[in-house]
Write a protein that binds this ligand. Sequence first.
Ligand code: KIV
Length: 273
Amino acid sequence: MTGYISNDLRKVTTLRLIEMKKRGEKISMLTAYDYTIAQILDGAGLDVILVGDSASNVMAGNTTTVPMRLDQMIYYAQGVVRGVKRALVVVDMPFGTYQVNETLAVTNAIRIMQECGADALKLEGGEEIIPMVKKIIDSGIPIMGHLGLTPQSINKFGTYTVRAKDEAEAEKLVRDAHLLEEAGCFGIVLEKIPAKLAERVASELNIPIIGIGAGGAVDGQVLVYADMLGMSKDFSPRFLRRYADLHTIITEAVGNYIEDVKKKDFPNEKEQY
Ligand code: KIV
């Protein structure tokens, strides 16, 4: 087998991520939405597993993350947590569960933590959500921010194109990143923004900045696992690197199975009781 090998079996904590940034060790993060995949990713030595609300697209076939509900996120996260021994497990708070007011935000955050046993939560947005972020952190729950392309706001943006290309939006993003750090966030995801801007944020902040389509000068990278394993054929943004072609591998395997069943080759003598 090729790839990353580590003998460090200690549980990854938010504190350890901040230490990794300090010593320049890059942070690896992928999404997962179920027990089986989470077990594989964790066993490979991944630092952070995100139970992303991209489950709405990957698992449920929706075109946006907006329909994702709290009880659905909790269901996905429970499976992931059962499969993970080492990685830090971060769960997305879905759209509508933290924007309304601080009380609702903290109530929903506590529910996710209690029902899933996750390590931390992720929220999308900047200045607008700072009171909710503070309230949740005050209750003892670590929070990761998410700026740039924030898919829960897709109906406001109207497009999945690169964010913060103009100066006003870029300056707001930098301001928001500082506000999230001051509010106590342990890290921030920056999605689909110019690499130079992401580099500036990573150099100005002390907490780890994890990029997706934000270039290489940040403190770590995150991708949707199904995309980087080549399970999706029709999603090819510039930032995506495919590390496998599971679409072809699975199609061929299933094709072979169908053939064996049809020609009565499966099961054979040894495969029955
Ligand atoms: O839900 C998700 O998959 C995410 C990543 C794109 C960071 O938020």
